[in-house]
Design a protein around this ligand. Sequence first.
Ligand code: AMP
Ligand code: TRP
Length: 341
Amino acid sequence: MVKPPAPRNMAKRVFSGVQPSGSLTIGNYLGALRNFAKLQYEADCLFCVVDLHALTVPQDPKELHQRTLDVARIFVASGIDPNRATIFVQSHVPAHSELSWLLECTTYDGELRRMTQYKDKASRQEVVTSGLLTYPVLMAADILLYQSDEVPVGDDQKQHLELARDIAVRVNNRFDEEIFKVPKPYIPPRAAGGRIMNLQDPYEKMSKSTENPRGNIGILDSPDEIRKKIRSAVTDSGREIYYDEENKAAVSNLMVIYSLCSGQSLDEIQSNYADSGYGDFKKDLAEVVVETLTPIQKRFAELSEPGVIEAILAEGRKKAEPLALPTLNRFRDRLGLLTHS
Ligand code: AMP
Ligand code: TRP
C-alpha cells in the first residue's frame, strides 16, 4: 500500500514527551501515547524521548541508554508513524538545554517550589538536585521551542503546562512581541484515560516510579502477568459494577481501562455486567487488555533489529533541530546575546 504523504505546513503543531525512566505502563498508553497516534493525522507532531528529564533523579547509565531506545520503539509500536510524526531524543537537540537556561532566568524560584510534582518527588529523594526543581522549565523549553499549539499529556502534567503558558505570556509581554506561541493543554478527562490509577490503590496514580509495581500494568507485560495483576486488583465494597469515581474508585478505574481498550462506553459495560460479579468482569477485562497490548508488543519486538530505531531517531533529530533554532535565535537576539557566525 502506498503511504499517504507526510503532512506539511499543517496548521497545528503538537509536542509531547515521555521520560525513559522506567517501564511504561498502560497509564502512559491510555493517557498519552494513544492520543499521540491519533493526533498525527491532524497536526504536525513532534514526539520526544526526554532523556534529560530522566536525569533529575539517579539513573543507571546502561539502563537509561536502553530505555531511551525502548521508549522510541514503544512510540512506533503504539502506532506513531515516523514518516508522519517526528520522533527524536531531547538531548540530541541541544537547543532544549540552552532555551531552558534562558527561561530559568525568567522563572521565579517560588513558582517552581510550589509545583506539586516537585514537592512529592523531593520528599521521596535522599538528595534533591536543582534539576528536580527546574524540571518544569526544561519542559516549557521543549514545548515553546517548537511554537507548539497543543500538548497531549495525562492530567498529572496540568500544573507544568500552566507554568509553560505563564512563562510564554511573561516573555511575550516583556518584549511586546509573540516570541512564543502560548500552548494549549490536551488532557483527556478521567473517564477517557487522563488519570489511570494503580490497581492496588485506586487513590494513587499508576506510575513508572511507584512503590507498588504490582498495581501497574506494563505495556510490555506478558499475558499471564496481565491476567494475574488484574485478578488481584483491589475492588470496592458491594458487588455492582457502575461508574462512580468517589464511591467506586477501584471499579471505576477498571471500567475506564475496559472502555478504552474495548471501545465500549461506560454505560454499555455497566449494562453488560449488570448481572455478573467482579470475577467475570475482571476475567473479560484481562482479555481486552491482552488484546490491546499484544499487537504493540509484537511490533515492539519487530523493531529490535539493531540500527532500526537509531535510524528513525537520527532522521527525527534532522527534522527537529531546524524547527527549533529560529525560535532560540530570536529569543537570544531579543535578550541581547551576541550572535555568532
Ligand atoms: P511520564 O511517565 O511521567 O514520562 O509520562 C508520560 C506521559 O504519560 C505524560 O503525558 C503523563 O501525563 C502520562 N501519564 C503517566 N501516567 C499516567 C496515568 N497513570 N494516567 C494517565 N496518563 C499518564
Ligand atoms: N514532564 C513530562 C512527564 O513527566 C514529560 C515531558 C517533558 C513533557 N517535556 C515535555 C510532556 C513536553 C509534554 C511536553 O510526563
